[in-house]
Design a binder for this molecule. Sequence first.
Ligand SMILES: [Zn+2]
Length: 69
Amino acid sequence: MDINVGDTLKLKKQHPCGSQMWKVLRVGIDFRLQCEGCGHQIMIPRKQAEKNVRQIIPGPAPCREENTP
Ligand SMILES: [Zn+2]
């Protein structure tokens, strides 16, 4: 699964604020996600994030590492 910083994830579970959209702030062993509804930030393990993703909306990520010359 290809998830990059700047992407937005639509998760199966919705946040108590009603939003299902989470912005990816950091990837690695853990993902740092920010709720688009209320701005709340969470850290969750990559495995758990991948399991809960329904849709990935690619963002204009300025720091994609795959573009290195
Ligand atoms: Zn929220």
